[in-house]
Design a protein around this ligand. Structure first.
Ligand code: ZN
Length: 448
C-alpha cells in the first residue's frame, strides 16, 4: 500500500501556531521618578538626563545641534540647570500632587499636607518653592530665600550626598548649610543628613571610634585556685652582653638570656638566667626552678622559634622543646607543655606583659646602678631583684576603701608575708590567704 507524503502546509489537520506579542506601555507606564533610583550620584543623574533630553529634542527637531559634546559651555550649563529643574519637577509632581493642584486652582492646601506651614508657591518654571516672608528681597536673586521643596526620597539622598562631598565630608550642620545655601529645602533634612553621614564610609574612616575586640573567656588553668606555680606560662627573653674573662681562648660566649616563668593563678614571676639558648641549659634552668618552687603540672608558651624544632638546621640558637632530652624531662616530671597557636603572641598576654615589666625594671636598673660592664653575677642579682619588684606589684585594683588598706601581691600569696619589698611583716593566716586568693581570682577575670 502506498502512503503518499502530504506537504505539512497543505495538511488541514495541522493548525498553524500563531504568537501575538503585545507591549502595554501606555496604560501603566513606570513613573520616571522610579527610574532615578538607577543612579547613585546627583551628577550622573543630571548629566544622563541632560543627554537624553538633548537627543530627544534633536529628534523632534526643536534644536539644530545634534551632538551634545559640540554644544558650547553656556548652552550645556543652561541645559543642566533645566534638567535639574525637570528632575525636581518630576519628584514634586509625584510627592505633592494634591498641593500642586490646589495651588494651581487657587484653593486651600489639603489639611493633612506636610508643606502647609511652608506657604508654598509655584515659580515661573513650575517648581514648588517656599513662600516665606522675604519676597520683597527677590531682586537680590538669592536662591536660598525661596528654596525648592524637595521631598524625602532617592533624589533628596543624592542631593545630600552631592553637597556632603562638596564640603569634604564635614558634619551635619555644614552639610545642611551647603544644601540650604544652594536653594534646596529637604523635608526631614536633618534626619536624612544624619543617616547619610552615619553610613558614609569616608566619615567613618575619619571620625568613627575604633571598635573594641571582645575578649575571649579565660582558660580553665587561669581560673582554678591552686598552689602557686602549678600551671605556668614561660618565655625566653634577652640577650644581654656580658663580660666573661677566660684565661685561654678569649671570651667564647658573652651573651646571657633569661627564662621567665609566671604562675597563671597567682601571677607570681620567677626569672632564671641561662648561659646559652640550648636544650641542656634550659633543662638546668627548669630544674633549678622546680627545686625552688615545686613541681609544675602545666607549662604554656608561644610557638615561637625559641622553642620549636627545625631551627637546628638553620643553625639558630634555640631551645628545642620537641627534643628527646626535654621531652624525657617533662615526662619524668609529669608535666605537660602546651603551645599557643603560632603567630598569636596576643594569646600569651600573661607572660608577654610580665616580660615587658621586667624589661622596664631592668633598663632602669642598668641605667642607674651598673657601672660599665655587666657580669653574669651582677645580671643574676639584678634578675632576682626584678623578680622581687614584680612579685610585690598589686594584682588587683587598689581599693579606695580605708577599711581595707591591704595590697594583694604575688609575694603575699607565695610567702604569706605582708609588707615592703624584702622586709618581714605580719604573718597572714591561711584563711586570709585563701580569701585573698579567691578575691584575686574574681578580680582577675575583670582585669585581664
Ligand atoms: Zn562623609
Amino acid at each position: 500500500m502506498d502512503y503518499p507524503l502530504i506537504n505539512p502546509d497543505d495538511d488541514k489537520d495541522i493548525r498553524p501556531e500563531v504568537s501575538v506579542f503585545k507591549a502595554d506601555l501606555l496604560s501603566n507606564p513606570t513613573p520616571i521618578e522610579d527610574r532615578f533610583t538607577k543612579f547613585s550620584t546627583w551628577d550622573s543623574l543630571v548629566s544622563a538626563l541632560s543627554i537624553l533630553r538633548h537627543v530627544s529634542a534633536s529628534y523632534r527637531g526643536s534644536i539644530d545641534c545634534t551632538s551634545w559634546h559640540l554644544c558650547n559651555k553656556t548652552k550645556c550649563e543652561s541645559a543642566l540647570k533645566d534638567t535639574e529643574d525637570f528632575i525636581l519637577r518630576c519628584v514634586q509632581a509625584q510627592a505633592f500632587r494634591g498641593e500642586l493642584e490646589a495651588i494651581k486652582g487657587k484653593c486651600d492646601l489639603p489639611k493633612d499636607s506636610r508643606i502647609q506651614h511652608l506657604s508654598p508657591y509655584i515659580d515661573n518654571v513650575g517648581l514648588l518653592r517656599i513662600g516665606g516672608r522675604l519676597n520683597n528681597l527677590k531682586s537680590t536673586g538669592l536662591a536660598s530665600l525661596n528654596p525648592v521643596i524637595v521631598p524625602r526620597g532617592h533624589v533628596a539622598t543624592l542631593l545630600v550626598r552631592f553637597f556632603h562631598n562638596k564640603v569634604f565630608h564635614q558634619g551635619r550642620t555644614i552639610t545642611e548649610g551647603a544644601v540650604r545655601s544652594h536653594g534646596f529645602w529637604i523635608l526631614g533634612g536633618k534626619r536624612l543628613i544624619s543617616s547619610i553621614i552615619y553610613a558614609c564610609v569616608v566619615c567613618r574612616k575619619l571620625r568613627r571610634r575604633p571598635q573594641e575586640q571582645k575578649m575571649a573567656d579565660l582558660p580553665v588553668d587561669r581560673l582554678t585556685p591552686g598552689p602557686p606555680f602549678s600551671s605556668v606560662g614561660l618565655d625566653v627573653f634577652g640577650p644581654w652582653p656580658v663580660l666573661t674573662r677566660k684565661t685561654r681562648g678569649g671570651s667564647a660566649q658573652s651573651k646571657r638570656w633569661a627564662v621567665l616563668v609566671t604562675c597563671l593563678t597567682t601571677r607570681a614571676v620567677h626569672i632564671e638566667v641561662i648561659e646559652d639558648m640550648s636544650s641542656s641549659c634550659f633543662i638546668n634552668a627548669l630544674r633549678r626552678f622546680v627545686a625552688l618552687h615545686g613541681p609544675v603540672k602545666l607549662i604554656r608558651s608561644d610557638k615561637g622559634t625559641n622553642f620549636i624544632g627545625a631551627v637546628n638546621d638553620l643553625h639558630v640558637n634555640a631551645i628545642n622543646v620537641e627534643d628527646n632530652e626535654v621531652q624525657t624531662y617533662l615526662k619524668n616530671n609529669r608535666a605537660t607543655w602546651l603551645f599557643n597557636a603560632p603567630h598569636a603572641s596576643h594569646m600569651g598576654g600573661v607572660w608577654e606583659r610580665a616580660i615587658g615589666s621586667a624589661r622596664r625594671i631592668l633598663d632602669s636598673m642598668l641605667l642607674q646602678e651598673v657601672p660599665k660592664e655587666l657580669t653574669h653575677e651582677v645580671l643574676v642579682t639584678l634578675m632576682a631583684e626584678v623578680c622581687a619588684i614584680l612579685n610585690s606589684r598589686p594584682i588587683t585594683a587598689l581599693d579606695a576603701d580605708p577599711s581595707s588598706p591591704m595590697v594583694l601581691s604575688p609575694n603575699i600569696l607565695l610567702t604569706q608575708k605582708q609588707g615592703e619589698i624584702g622586709t618581714f611583716s605580719d604573718h597572714l593566716s591561711i584563711k586570709d590567704m585563701y580569701s585573698a586568693s579567691w578575691k584575686h581570682v574574681q578580680v582577675l577575670s575583670d582585669m585581664f
